[in-house]
Ligand binder design. Structure first.
Ligand SMILES: Cc1ncc(COP(=O)(O)O)c(C=O)c1O
Length: 357
C-alpha cells in the first residue's frame, strides 16, 4: 500500500490494458485496472481506498437490489497529450450527485473526496484514456444502500464507488424519437431530477416498445397533459425554431444536464436568442409544418450533441435532419468537444487538467 494524500492506493499486480482495443471499446463494457471504494457505517463515511477493479461481495438481501436506494453520475476524461488528461466540469456532477443523495436519503459524500477521488483514479489509470477522436474515458461514480435487510426503509450503511470505462461514441445512428401518450418518465413531486436507478428502470419498458416500432427512444412528455416536452433517454432536448433556441426548464422532472448547461452558456455568449420554457408538441409540430423548425438535438455527456432525425407524435411523422447535425448543433458540438479535448480556448474555465506524466 502506498498513500496519495489521504486516499490509500493498492495497485493491481498486472494491467489488463494489453487485452483491450482502446480504438473500439464499445460503451461501458470494459473497466480499467482500479476502482475507488468507500464505506459508510456508524454514521460516517470512512477513508476511501483505490484498489484493483474486481467483483464485490454482496448477499441476496442487499437492500439496493430490492428497493433501488442508489444514485450515480456520469462524466468523462479526455486525452490531451501524453502528459495531460482533461476533466469537464466535474464539480457540476458533484452538485448533481449531492442533490440526488439528498432526494434518496443517502448521506452526502464530501466534495473534495468526490473530486480528488476522480482525479487520483484517472491519474492512476491514465493509460486507459483513449486517444482516438470521439473516444474518451467514462467516469461512473455511484453510491448505494448496503444494508443486508429485506425491509423497505432507509439503509443505515452505504458504499460509494468510482469505476472507469474507456468508451467510443454512444449513438452512431441518427436519433429517431416517438412521443408516448401512455407512459411517462417522471411526475412533479417525484424524483425525475435525481440521477437514480429507478428513473432508468421506469423508462426501459416504453423505450423497448419504441424500439420495436423502429424508433431509437421515447421523447418524454409531461405527466399531466402529455403535451409538454421533457427530455430523451439520456439527453436533454433543444429545438431551434425561427432562430430561437428553446429547451424545457428545469422544474424537478428532468435531469439538470451538464451538457444542457454548457449549451445554454455558449449560446448566450454567442448572443443567440435562448429560451428556457415549456414547449408543447403542438408548437413543435406546427413549427415543422410551417418550415420554422430548423434543428432538434439532444445534449448529453455520452454524445455531446446528437441530431434528431425524426419525431413521431400522434401518428404524424416529421423529419428534421436527413443526415448529421444542423449548423447550430454542429457549432455547439465543435465548441464543446474542442474545449473538452483542449483544442479550443476554455473561456469558461470548464476543464480541469490532470498532469499524468
Ligand atoms: C435522463 C438524462 N437526461 C439528461 C442527461 C444529460 O446529462 P449530462 O449532460 O450531464 O450528461 C442524462 C445523462 O446523464 C440523462 O441520463
Amino acid at each position: 500500500m502506498d498513500t496519495l494524500t489521504d486516499i490509500a492506493v493498492q495497485k493491481a499486480e498486472q494491467s489488463r490494458l494489453p487485452e483491450v482495443d482502446l480504438d473500439n471499446p464499445g460503451f461501458g463494457k470494459v473497466f480499467t485496472d482500479h476502482m475507488l471504494e468507500m464505506e459508510y457505517k456508524n454514521g460516517e463515511w470512512k477513508q476511501p481506498v483505490i484498489k484493483p477493479y474486481g467483483p464485490i461481495q454482496i448477499t441476496p438481501a442487499l437492500s439496493t437490489l430490492h428497493y433501488g436506494q442508489s444514485v450515480f453520475e456520469g462524466t468523462k476524461a479526455y486525452y490531451i497529450d501524453g502528459k495531460t488528461v482533461n476533466l469537464f466540469r466535474p464539480e457540476k456532477n458533484y452538485e448533481r450527485m449531492a442533490n440526488s443523495c439528498e432526494r434518496l436519503c443517502i448521506p452526502k459524500i464530501d466534495r473534495e473526496t468526490f473530486l480528488e477521488g476522480i482525479r487520483k483514479l484517472v491519474k492512476l489509470d491514465h493509460k486507459w484514456v483513449p486517444e482516438k477522436d470521439g473516444n474518451s474515458l467514462y467516469i461512473r461514480p455511484f453510491a448505494c444502500a448496503w444494508d443486508t435487510q429485506v425491509a423497505a426503509k432507509v439503509s443505515d450503511t452505504y458504499r460509494f464507488y468510482i469505476i472507469l470505462s474507456p468508451v467510443g461514441s454512444y449513438y452512431d445512428a441518427p436519433v429517431r424519437l416517438i412521443t408516448s401518450q401512455n407512459y411517462v418518465r417522471a411526475v412533479e413531486g417525484g424524483f425525475g431530477e435525481a440521477k437514480t436507478a429507478g428513473n432508468y428502470a421506469a423508462s426501459f419498458y416504453p423505450a423497448r416498445k419504441a424500439q420495436q416500432m423502429g424508433f431509437s427512444q421515447v421523447l418524454w412528455l409531461d405527466a399531466f397533459d402529455h403535451e409538454y416536452v421533457e427530455e430523451v433517454g439520456t439527453m436533454n432536448i433543444f429545438f431551434l425554431i425561427d432562430d430561437v433556441l428553446i429547451t424545457p426548464p428545469l422544474g424537478g422532472t428532468i435531469l439538470p444536464g451538464v451538457t444542457r448547461d454548457s449549451v445554454l452558456k455558449l449560446a448566450r455568449s454567442w448572443d443567440m436568442d435562448v429560451e428556457e420554457r415549456k414547449i408543447g408538441m403542438t408548437e413543435v409540430m406546427e413549427a415543422a409544418r410551417s418550415g420554422k423548425l430548423q434543428e432538434v438535438f439532444g445534449a448529453g455527456t455520452a454524445a455531446v450533441i446528437s441530431p434528431v432525425k425524426e419525431i413521431r407524435h400522434h401518428g404524424e411523422l416529421i423529419t428534421i435532419h436527413e443526415d448529421g447535425r444542423g449548423p447550430v448543433g454542429q457549432k455547439l458540438y465543435d465548441t464543446i468537444y474542442g474545449i473538452q479535448r483542449g483544442k479550443l480556448e476554455d473561456r469558461f474555465n470548464w476543464t480541469h487538467s490532470i498532469e499524468v506524466a
